[in-house]
Design a protein around this ligand. Structure first.
Ligand SMILES: Nc1nc2c(ncn2[C@@H]2O[C@H](COP(=O)(O)OP(=O)(O)OP(=O)(O)O)[C@@H](O)[C@H]2O)c(=O)[nH]1
Ligand SMILES: [Mg+2]
Length: 293
């Protein structure tokens, strides 16, 4: 039996959560075309006979100055500790690799690094070759791979590269457990994902979702959640004319959660609340779930 932990790190929007879901063939972490989608470290448990790999998806590392940004950075960097390997993802379509070099050099963990140049579907092959050469020159001992997670290309190579690095010989999670996150967490994330999908950048980035209650009854799941906004004038946009926008978010979240859980959702109620400055308030962050442990 081989087992171990692998952190998936990189800048925002490079495809870390897409990779986690593709490795597990299951949606565990939300994905969106907008940067800063993931806000916590999320483990996805990959299993084969005599093998368990815990892949940890992390928030994209960025320089925001709010306390929420610090929480995200902290949860990314602390995930790099005590892992057997770090899979560092780069977006092949990004011109400047210097921000990546700065981040890579600031990861204090001495776990071996595997660099993956993702989104190669977006670039000409010679551009990819140049970038791979630059990476190899900077980090002569590291393995560098190419991938397009969207097209399921390069996944097998990532798995094969991490297996020899795993140091455990016992499973860390029970068999058939796919993620360390519970249903309440999944619900809040799927609601956030639908907000990222339907609303323009500023609103989902300055919002959070709190699940107030999730109960399984005979007729299905009853879920009550609150959307927390930063500005009073966002309230009207999130609710929409005659409640149309919030209804769209609700229907999309309900459909997705029913598919994920293979269970009927009897109630999904969303309430909107304004809490100005929540991203910089330690008390609000704690209550919302982004506080210090
Ligand atoms: N063209 C292309 N797009 C991709 C690929 N992989 C991921 N994407 C897209 O890139 C966007 C960001 O993907 P995510 O998986 O959410 O990125 P992330 O690194 O987890 O982002 P954060 O959570 O914000 O740090 C989504 O729109 C994905 O569909 C790829 O190989 N090619
Ligand atoms: Mg993500």
């Amino acid at each position: 039996m081989r087992s171990g932990f692998v952190a998936i790190m990189g800048r925002p929007n490079v495809g870390k959560s897409t990779l986690l879901n593709a490795l597990l063939s299951k949606k565990v972490s939300i994905v969106s075309p907008k940067a800063q989608t993931t806000r916590d470290a999320i483990s996805g448990i990959y299993e084969e006979k005599d093998l368990q790999i815990v892949f940890v998806d992390t928030p994209g590392i960025h320089q925001g100055e709010r306390k929420l940004d610090s929480h995200m950075r902290r949860s990314a960097f602390s995930s790099s500790r005590d892992v057997d390997a770090i899979v560092y993802i780069l977006d092949a379509s990004e011109k400047d690799m210097d921000p990546d070099f700065r981040i890579i050099d600031s990861i204090s963990s001495d776990a071996p690094r595997i660099f993956v140049l993702n989104k190669i579907d977006l670039i000409r092959p010679e551009i990819g070759e140049d970038k791979i050469q630059t990476l190899c020159e900077h980090y002569p001992n590291a393995l560098v791979l190419e991938a397009s997670f969207k097209e399921n290309f390069g996944l097998k190579e990532i798995k094969e590269a991490v297996i020899p690095l795993l140091s455990g010989d016992m499973p860390f999670y029970p068999t058939d457990m796919i993620t360390d996150k519970d249903q309440s967490y999944q619900a809040k994330e799927v609601i956030r994902e639908k907000m990222l999908h339907f609303l323009r950048d500023e609103i989902p980035h300055s919002s959070a979702v709190v699940v107030d209650s999730l109960k399984e009854k005979e007729d299905g799941i009853h879920l009550f959640a609150t959307i927390i906004l930063d500005k009073e004038n966002h309230k009207g946009i999130v609710i929409g004319k005659g409640g149309q926008m919030i209804e769209k978010i609700k229907v999309a979240a309900k459909t997705e959660l029913q598919r994920m859980w293979k269970t009927h959702i009897a109630t999904l109620k969303l309430t909107v609340k304004v809490e100005p400055g929540w991203r910089d308030s330690p008390k609000a962050l704690q209550y919302i779930g982004y506080g210090d442990r």
